[in-house]
Design a protein around this ligand. Sequence first.
Ligand code: AMP
Ligand code: MG
Length: 435
Amino acid sequence: MLTVDDALTRILNCIAVLAVEPVPTIEALGRILAEDVVAATNIPPFANSSMDGYAVRAADVVRAASDSPVKLRVVGTALAGKVADTVVGQAEAMRIMTGAPLPPGADAVIPVEDTSNQWFTDGSLAQPDQVTVYCSVQPGDYVRPAGEDMRAGQLVLRAGTTLRPQDIGVLVSLGQTPIMVYRQPRVAIISTGDELVDIADPLGPGQIRNSNSYVLASLVSSLGAIPIQLPVARDTLADVRRCFQTALDHDPDLIVSSAGVSVGTHDMVRAVIEEMGVLAIWRINLRPGKPLVFGRVGDVPFFGLPGNPVSAMVTFDIFVRPALRKQMGGDPYNVPTITAVLGEDMRSDRRRTYARVTLTRRDDAAGVDQNGEQRNASHREYYQEWIAHPTGTQSSGALLSMVLADGLLIIPEGVTMAHAGERFTVRLLRDIWML
Ligand code: AMP
Ligand code: MG
């Protein structure tokens, strides 16, 4: 049987990166950037004030202090969005608002709090024509120089980045739109099984609802790809064949099916793949999810996931997610993991095992400082370690265990007992801030 790592390498070798396309920047959240972005201009484009205060010549106030204040003549007001045309001369100051361009002549800003005028009155520009300054400033103080944030010519975003809100902000700051991103994979989703009924249909004897189709569609969407859910295929060669043909008719980039890949008398999927394409991999040394199939239907890469809801989800996470990430131009191996201490013994069977665990944090010894005192509660997050507890049943049919699980703890090949207190890698099933 193939190992998980060998299987993943072989699978990824069969996956091609999709084409790129332009999208309006404001619609690009979650898309993967297909080009390096270089700042065409300085951001900010002009030197501006980081405080509400007075723009001054630092040389005029080098000796200012609370016991030797310096008086300056106020020559106007510099507002955000306006370029002042008055020059700040010797012994002069100009009121300035946060973000306003630094007026000519000035080289520093004194916050209004450090002057005789403790605040600016709302909206009114009728201000004293003198200001008393109680402290000195150096040239450049409270001034954000042009290019402080981004310099013209600087590489600001790399191809392969999954765009986050702040990335969109940088692109908008630079006025960059549209932006080149990888095309979103279209993923056909097939469920097979005589027992399956849809969410609103009456449940007859022996029947269950087709949850896999919706779980897989949700997984596909959450990765930024486009799911195409197809009607259930019944457990006959003819119906499974017809369903795969329908999938091909949608011109997908990937086909994912669930169930029908084990060794039951009605497991038709493998036979149909051998007819309609290539079966490259069947059975991988892992738990849950051993009967996974990978191959092609026509020219389209294909995953046949096991039918058990947990097996389908786990194998999606381990194999389909990296494949989709590669198609979308991302790093397929970049998976969110943490290291956790196992909270109780767990038996294993020498297969690579992905155990559903909940995660809690506890202060470790480092949470107590040298004086033996507990660190301030607000610093706790830095000194904690993760503890993993199995979610109870590890049955691959128990979907609720995936609801309880915060992550999948990886027990390596060859292990028969994972001991409490040992450290393991855990793949996260939630963003860490939700834990
Ligand atoms: P199979 O791989 O066809 O032997 O299915 C394995 C188990 O998964 C059986 O208990 C099926 O009833 C269950 N199963 C198969 N497909 C689905 C599905 N779409 N949604 C929920 N459970 C499923
Ligand atoms: Mg079945």
